[in-house]
Design a protein around this ligand. Structure first.
Ligand code: E4P
Length: 218
């Protein structure tokens, strides 16, 4: 499973990219608003900082508006993936933009049927929002499992499952077990994947024991 980071914070992206754990980046209008800088400038910087796909989302909700905005976003850099919502206008825009050779990420997906429509519209990525489904008392990861089965059942589908709205390290593990191709993870959760109290305890005792020997390896 690949790792994308779900942020528009360029400093975080550069740091995680340097650690060699990043395969791509996802943003959304809320994440861009949080940064408080012009979207085209931010997306350009992110695209320069990382080789993988960088998702940038349209804000229009109608087909024509999505096409214009999608083209504009895609013109920023070759590695931009245009995000459109899981609506009829979004699926139509996905078909049109994909037909023009652009990579499209269909976002705000909350059901297997929406994922089916996205695949039929030629989406490069489908983004099921796990955490937001959990928030309303449903099992978000079950949607990822269902999509995996549906996509496996039709070998003509090439859409990758991008598990989104990931909130915890457990979500990351479950997404990998469910067969997601990618998980987009907030920076804090991504960093916490390395944490284990027994690793820290074990390392402290190795360092202490080694110190008592007075030896050096070099
Ligand atoms: C995905 O592309 C979205 O940006 C993101 O995962 C949404 O996560 P949230 O539900 O935590 O806002």
């Amino acid at each position: 499973m690949k790792f994308f980071v779900d942020t528009a914070d360029i400093a975080e992206i550069r740091e995680l990219a340097a650690a060699g754990v990043l395969d791509g980046v996802t943003t959304n209008p809320s994440l861009i608003a949080k940064i408080g800088r012009p979207i085209r400038e931010v997306i350009k910087e992110i695209c320069e900082a990382i080789d993988g796909p960088v998702s940038a989302e349209v804000t229009a909700t109608d087909f024509d508006g999505m096409l214009v905005e999608g083209e504009r976003l895609a013109s920023i850099a070759e590695n931009v993936a245009v995000k459109v919502p899981s609506t009829w206008d979004g699926f139509r825009a996905c078909r049109a933009l994909s037909g023009r050779g652009l990579k499209v990420n269909v976002t705000l997906c909350f059901s297997a049927n929406q994922a089916l429509l996205a695949a039929k519209a030629g989406a490069a990525y489908i983004s099921p929002f796990v955490g937001r489904l959990d928030d309303i008392g449903l099992d978000g990861m079950e949607v990822v499992r269902e999509i995996r089965v549906i996509y496996n059942n039709d070998t003509s589908f090439t859409t990758q499952i991008l598990a989104s709205s990931i909130r915890t390290p457990l979500h990351v593990k479950q997404a990998a077990l469910a067969g997601a191709d990618i998980a987009t993870v907030p920076p804090g959760v991504l960093r916490s994947l390395a944490n284990h109290p027994l690793t820290e305890k074990g390392l402290a005792s190795f360092v202490a024991d080694w110190g008592r020997t007075g030896q050096t390896i070099l």
